[in-house]
Design a protein around this ligand. Structure first.
Ligand code: BGC
Length: 518
């Protein structure tokens, strides 16, 4: 674990006094004693249980990644195509296979209903999140997913496969709204970025897991059922884990349940860390206790620079998707098939998924010491360059050498995304909103993520047929803009409490050259 270069115990310009703030600074998980660094007392202890809880909440990401990698792959599985009449069994001359347009419609509905469900889940979840708490939200979302995915796994016709996609999508949409925030709320300030990155780690693990599984499932006529329903197992584990997971103390304090909040906090903090954090929680929840949860109108209010924060969060989530990641996640086998044939395409896609997985560790190692802004900025530059190179190579004749260069630059792009815009956008959106606005604000930012995921997924096949180079150039253009957004408009949040983040948003002004990176 890397050394922190930022010290939250030093008051920032215009910030609250140090009496109101925890003087925590961490180097390693699970160290037993506070230590001194640069003459400041630093508390480097983190209870192991909070890591267990974060991993459990991140199971939602595993479900999410499994679906992203799983459903699309069934479209090329023989068992699936035969079962739903897309192809005919060999030697069956009486059989008439589905037309290309019917197949396109079926695929569009399988993907589209899932995306629509996820968008609905993300925007409905804040109601549960604010009124009944984080655990109830994750519980309801997991069961919704389980019902939807089980129906799909048991489907006997295309309608029975497609309609429940709405339900499984809603479950995953709600989990993606709630789980990262829950992790961020329970994590100690000095490990918040790392623990919230477990969400992305789980997504990429789910993607790799299912892509390996698919290599085997495609040989079994009913294998597709596991591609749609296998992740029910993770949802059931999450449901069981919820029994021992504490409610977010932030939610409880916001509802003035101080005793319960203390008990919840006790599970994830050492005894002598409690008083200071309870004080800080009460300060954080003051606005919610006095004025209740924000209305939708208040989310766009300029008080507390909320409008700025919302536009920033929506912008970040939209850029994450418009950077083209899911064009690669969903369609890499199809793009690479033109150069290497269908098996080569699947292997190439698997290579990209594995790169995605390993590169996420870079974030775990650096997100606290380098901070969010530096990762997004440098990742953006790497992604923009790689996308431009891919665009250039995609315009050349389709030879194996060109195919290989495309894999190399897509791989570099994936490295850039995996350590920056993938995890950091989720981390950042879960930490920049004040408590009373948090549910609705993250509901909106998550909604924008799912809306663009669905649009990119639906439009990319047509756009790529028109011009693959044009698609990559478009993604490069979006990422180019994102580099400036980060440089000028993104206050750093690493190692800051929410009260300090409030102050940083109030004081942040675009400047060149940027002075405050960390
Ligand atoms: C994105 C997903 C994407 C995944 C790829 C996530 O951060 O939200 O849409 O498929 O990263 O690793």
């Amino acid at each position: 674990m890397s050394t922190m270069s930022n010290d939250p115990s030093i008051p920032k310009e215009g910030s609250l006094s140090t009496e109101q703030e925890p003087t925590i600074k961490s180097l390693d998980i699970d160290e037993e004693n506070p230590s001194k660094e640069n003459g400041n007392e630093v508390d480097i202890r983190t209870k192991g249980f909070v890591v267990v809880v974060a991993i459990a909440a991140a199971l939602g990401g595993l479900i999410f990644g499994y679906d992203i990698g799983g459903a699309g792959a069934t479209f090329v599985m023989d068992g699936f195509r035969l079962y739903f009449g897309w192809d005919c069994p060999e030697g069956d001359d009486a059989c008439v296979p589905a037309t290309e347009s019917q197949i396109d419609t079926d695929q569009g509905l399988i993907n589209g209903l899932f995306g629509a469900g996820a968008a609905i889940g993300a925007i409905v979840a804040p109601k549960l999140f604010d009124s009944y708490g984080r655990k109830v939200t994750m519980y309801t979302a997991s069961w919704t997913f389980v019902i939807g995915a089980t129906l799909q796994a048991a489907a006997v016709n295309m309608t029975m496969l497609q309609v429940p996609r709405l339900l499984s999508g809603a479950g995953i949409g709600a989990l993606s709204m709630c789980s990262p925030v829950y992790i961020g709320e329970l994590a100690p300030v000095h490990h918040r970025g790392q623990l919230a990155t477990l969400w992305q780690m789980a997504i990429v693990t789910g993607i790799v897991l299912v892509s390996i599984l698919n290599l085997w499932l495609k040989n079994w006529s009913d294998g597709w059922r596991i591609s749609y329903g296998g992740n029910v197992v993770f949802a059931l584990i999450l449901i069981c884990m919820l029994i021992i997971m504490p409610e977010s103390p932030r939610y409880l304090v916001g509802k003035e349940k101080y005793d319960e909040a203390r008990q919840a906090l006790q599970k994830v903090r050492f005894e002598d860390q409690m008083d200071e954090e309870m004080k800080e929680l009460e300060l954080e929840a003051k606005a919610e206790v006095e004025r209740g949860v924000s209305t939708w109108a208040e989310i766009f209010d300029d008080e507390n620079r909320m409008r700025y924060r919302i536009l920033l969060g929506i912008g970040l989530q939209s850029i994450q998707q418009l950077s083209g990641i899911n064009a690669i996640m969903f369609y890499a086998p199809r793009i690479l098939e033109n150069f290497f044939g269908s098996s080569g395409g699947i292997v190439g896609a698997l290579v990209l998924n594995v790169i995605n997985f390993f590169a996420t560790f870079i974030t775990i190692a650096t997100v606290e010491s380098f901070g969010r802004a530096k990762l997004l900025f440098s990742g953006g530059i790497l992604m923009c360059f790689s996308l431009l190179m891919t665009a250039i190579f995609a315009s050349l004749e389709e030879t194996k050498t060109i195919g290989f260069l495309i894999v190399v630059f897509c791989g570099l792009y994936v490295v850039g995304f995996a350590y920056s815009w993938g995890p950091v956008v989720w981390v950042y959106c879960c930490e920049i909103y004040p408590l009373r606005s948090r549910g609705k604000a993250t509901g909106l930012t998550t909604l924008s993520n799912w809306t663009w995921t669905t649009i990119v997924g639906a439009v990319f096949p047509y756009a790529a047929t028109a011009s693959l180079t044009g698609c990559f150039a478009f993604f490069a253009g979006i990422v180019f803009v994102s580099i400036f957004v980060v440089y000028f408009y993104l206050p750093e949040t690493a190692n800051r409490t929410i009260l300090e983040i409030d102050e940083d948003f109030k004081n942040h002004r675009p400047e060149f050259p940027r002075k405050k990176w960390n």
